[in-house]
Write a protein that binds this ligand. Structure first.
Ligand code: FCB
Length: 489
């Protein structure tokens, strides 16, 4: 490609597009329990692995921050509902804290106060005509279940099913949109591979694959429970939220780079999506690479476990809609890494880099056109399934109210989602901005702000203040997309 061609291509992908989404498009915002609730031991709540992790010094959380109080949403339910109503969202995606409901992770420990909190939240949403979208598990495993091995113990499948069953039975008369897991890929890799997330296991070549295997089975199990016991009366949908960056090949004319970019998508999103949305089995690229490298490592079997035929039948088609979390794009190049020690990172046989011309944010580069490409890739890979973007947003270091950068982020990303919907025919049915307000951003603590609303964490009342981007997002919702201002001829 000549320089001029590259420039033309860039101009083209940056073109702005005006239009609207389908009439019933589901506009919302997202959050998660540990990141906002606080009340970490209130009213009988049991500790989760994130409570214990942040309470242990030396775990590399910025400023040693923790979620003990966070946004204090456990005590500020009305304030949260006010934000949601002011934003005029049609849906709110939040997660349930398993150890608030079952302090030990098991049904015999059920905690009435935890159940009450979620009942009040769900009732408040329904009374405000806001659709609750509920994630059952957003990384905060009850510590008592970690003590028996966490997701490395297959008995978690039954325990997760019993918790999910309780939630369907208790909240399902008002909740019709369920997600089992949030981004299990990060939990598997960061929690059990790199070990920088709890439970801090550093076993990069084996544990992530084992954990993912159990999580996929647990997801399928819960899907069948919903299907068999609740779907008929509750009429909801159930899925899980998966995430990936868009992966752009470094040299689009090198087959090795094209394959490496596709492989990177398969190892992140496809790892879970291929079994669940395709055929009950892992992507070929994973079976092939992990299998080959295991053989070269003189191992008797592949480090990637396999499903039996019966398991495959049980796992495939266990999601009604596709829920995607996406934030950024990476440039991918083929690489042949060292063979030992075994590692998921090396199994990918690629390098990932940023393009310096892309605007940086506190966490990722902002690359709006990656949104359109990843949505198109989903359609190609998994067919014409309804898609919801369940997280997309930008983390900034500055806490200012006039957050022009965030407005620019949402405007350009939503614009690319609109192109995917209107120009490319992607079946996009909803979009949830991450996040409704600043919150505990995992290893970054409170140093990174993702909120449409600012939260003052130095004030014990945790006051919330609308940023300029909150007004902008409401305008997008009211217009159901991005209008051409005809008066500006
Ligand atoms: C996602 C997580 C979410 C939030 C955003 C910024 O990976 O699901 O909890 O931290 O990133």
């Amino acid at each position: 490609m000549t320089k001029r061609e590259r420039e033309t291509q860039r101009d083209f992908i940056d073109l702005f597009y005006h239009g609207t989404f389908r009439d019933d498009f589901l506009w919302g915002v997202s959050s998660s329990a540990y990141q906002i609730e606080g009340g970490w031991d209130a009213d009988g709540k049991g500790p989760s692995i994130w409570d214990n992790f942040t309470h242990t010094p030396g775990n590399n959380v910025v400023n040693n921050d923790n979620g003990d109080i966070a946004c204090d949403s456990y005590n500020k339910l009305e304030e949260d509902l006010n934000i949601l109503r002011a934003l005029r969202v049609k849906a709110y995606r939040f997660s349930l804290s398993w150890s608030r409901i079952f302090p030990t992770g098991r049904i015999d420990s059920v905690n009435k106060y935890g159940v009450d909190y979620y009942n009040r939240l769900i009732d408040g949403l329904v009374a405000s005509s806001i659709i609750p979208m509920v994630t059952l598990y957003h990384w905060d495993l009850p510590q008592a279940l970690q003590d028996i091995g966490g997701w490395d113990n297959p008995s978690l499948i039954e325990l997760f099913d019993s918790y999910a069953d309780f939630c369907f039975r208790t909240f399902g008369d008002r909740v019709q949109f369920w997600m089992t897991f949030n981004e299990p890929m990060y939990e598997a890799w960061l929690g059990y591979g790199e070990g920088v997330f709890p439970p801090g296991v550093k076993d990069p070549g084996y544990a992530p694959y084992r954990i993912a295997h159990t999580i996929i089975k647990a997801h399928a199990r819960v899907y069948h429970t919903y299907d068999e016991k609740y779907r008929e009366s509750q009429k909801g949908v159930i899925s899980l939220s998966l995430s990936t960056h868009w992966m752009e090949p470094k040299s689009p004319n090198l087959p090795g780079d094209i394959e490496a970019a596709d492989r990177a998508l398969q190892f992140s999103l496809g790892w879970f999506a291929h079994p669940i949305f395709r055929n009950g089995d892992y992507p070929d690229a994973m079976k092939w690479k992990v299998g080959n490298r295991s053989e070269l490592q003189n191992l008797a079997t592949s480090r990637l476990p396999s499903f039996t035929e019966e398991e495959k039948r049980y796992i495939r088609n266990t999601a009604d809609v596709f829920c995607l979390n996406t934030y950024s794009t990476k440039i991918v190049k083929h690489r042949t890494p060292q063979l030992n020690p075994p590692s998921y990172e090396n199994d990918l046989e690629r390098t990932e880099e940023d393009d310096n011309s892309w605007p940086s944010t506190a966490v990722n580069r902002a690359v709006p056109w990656g949104m359109r490409r990843v949505l198109n890739w989903l359609k190609e890979e998994y067919g014409d399934i309804p898609i919801y973007v369940t997280e997309n947003g930008v983390g900034l270091k500055k806490s200012q109210i006039e957050d022009i950068d965030r407005i620019f982020f949402f405007k350009t990303y939503i614009n690319e989602a609109l192109k995917a919907y209107n120009l490319d025919g992607v079946n996009l049915q909803g979009y949830m901005a991450w996040s409704m307000m600043d919150n505990f951003e995992w290893l970054q603590g409170y140093s990174v702000k993702f909120g449409l609303y600012q939260v003052d964490f130095n004030d014990t009342n945790r006051p919330r203040t609308a940023r300029t981007s909150a007004r902008y997002y409401t305008e997008v919702i009211n217009n159901n997309g991005i209008f051409a201002h005809l008066w500006r001829t």
